[in-house]
Design a protein around this ligand. Structure first.
Ligand code: THU
Length: 136
């Protein structure tokens, strides 16, 4: 299957951002997560009146993919007005679920940046630390 190009992922993330529920921050974010089979999953930020319950676009895209049975991913795109990079909580979950993938950051003005999840979360805590051998 042909791999979706960053520009295609951008369009998906941009569309996802239009569904953002962000009445408190007024900061819409959309994410598009590309699975290895070519399926693209979407997420937007969903805010709660109990602010701490807010879930970012990235983690909602990951949840949508995982609940559909997907476990391997090729790339993540994030779209916002001014180039949001994933927050700390999202960096952890991206590492846990997606491993070291490229993360494309897009803005409404057409700017873009690319990172890798490993660079966004150096020295991660992860499942390797929870294996029996490492945790006697
Ligand atoms: N947010 C995301 O959804 N993703 C990011 O990469 C950064 C922040 C959301 C959380 C909250 O709804 C709003 O943006 C402002 O923090």
């Amino acid at each position: 299957m042909e791999t979706a190009k960053p520009e295609v992922l951008k369009q998906h993330a941009k569309k996802a951002a239009t569904f953002s529920h962000s009445p408190f921050s007024h900061y819409p974010v959309g994410a598009a997560l590309l699975a290895v089979d070519g399926t693209i999953f979407h997420g937007c930020n969903i805010e709660s009146s109990s602010y701490g319950l807010t879930v970012c676009a990235e983690r909602n895209a990951i949840a949508a993919a995982v609940v559909s049975g997907h476990k391997e991913f090729k790339a993540l795109a994030v779209f916002s007005n001014n180039g949001a990079t994933p927050c700390g909580a999202c960096r952890q979950v991206i590492w846990d679920i997606c491993g070291d993938i490229p993360i494309y950051i897009f803005t409404k003005d057409g700017q873009s940046e690319i990172y890798r999840s490993k660079d966004l979360l150096p020295a991660p805590f992860d499942d390797t630390k929870l294996q029996k051998e490492s945790n006697p």
